[in-house]
Design a protein around this ligand. Structure first.
Ligand code: 13P
Length: 259
């Protein structure tokens, strides 16, 4: 059975003080982190410099409910790659998840489908759960290419030797036009793509958590989570405000139709 999952992507935001205050707010609102009827798992992906301190501050108390992930990883095992961070380093720092293929990296850092697939494989090899982001641009949607684009993004990962699409992975559907724009896909638009992704994943599809991302807020989360194939959210801007984030977590625990 799939459990609801809410992932905060802080992107390039935050300070040490922000992290401390966020943890204090989580501690106060921790009722939101575990619902009796449907336990929502929560993951926070901070910028690299705050990752270890976040793990340490979550400790064993909150750390049982909130796991830590990274926003990116290098595809290589180790070596002379100045400025880069390997999957085994993330694992060594007790990160459990890593986002790969975020559209900001695909577009701003020119990451190819192949590189995303290599990062995905590196994450799995190191025992991390990759959160694979897929999504179409507005132009692609208007041209009727949405499902074709998503299928290609999934296929390029699945085809890479060493990747195992039957275990330990999350897929996040993030339509590029909905990210940071205030425009959210309608629940029906999101559900259509999520259903398609589940089909593309074959037999394992019914077990894999599928998240929606793109301007998720507490005001639109409930109707998205009510869709049968939406298991939670990858939250950007709204994850920077602790109360708003906790409200989204509460809604996931109460609303996600776990299949
Ligand atoms: P926003 O929630 O700010 O639109 O960002 C979505 C996102 O890119 C999460 O990875």
């Amino acid at each position: 059975m799939r459990k609801p999952l809410i992932v905060a992507n802080w992107k390039m935001h935050g300070t040490q003080t922000f992290v401390r205050r966020f943890i204090a707010a989580l501690e106060e609102g921790k009722d939101a982190l575990r619902q009796p009827e449907a336990e929502a798992r929560v993951v926070i992906c901070p910028p690299f410099p705050y990752l270890l301190s976040l793990v340490e501050q979550l400790g064993t108390g909150l750390g049982a409910k909130v796991l830590v992930g990274a926003q990116d990883v290098n595809a290589q095992k180790d070596g002379a790659f100045t400025g880069e961070v390997s999957a085994s380093m993330l694992s060594d720092c007790n990160a459990h998840y890593v986002i790969v293929g975020h559209s900001e990296r695909r577009h701003l850092c020119a990451e190819s489908d192949l590189l995303v697939a290599q990062k995905f494989a590196a994450a799995q090899i190191a025992g991390l759960t990759p959160i694979l982001c897929v999504g179409e641009t507005l132009r692609q949607r208007e041209q009727g290419l949405t499902l074709e684009v998503i299928a290609k993004q999934l296929q390029s990962v699945a085809e890479l030797p060493g990747v195992d699409m039957t275990r330990q992975l999350v897929v996040a559907y993030e339509p590029v036009w909905a990210i940071g724009s205030g425009k959210t896909a309608t629940p029906q638009q999101a559900q259509e793509v999520h259903h398609f992704i589940r089909e593309q994943l074959g037999e394992a599809g019914s077990r894999i958590q599928l998240l929606y991302g793109g301007s998720v807020k507490s005001t639109n989360a409930k109707s998205l989570f009510a869709e049968i194939d939406i298991d939670g959210a990858l939250v950007g801007g709204a994850s920077l405000e602790a109360q708003e984030f906790l409200n989204i977590c509460r809604l996931a625990g109460a609303t996600c139709s776990v299949g």
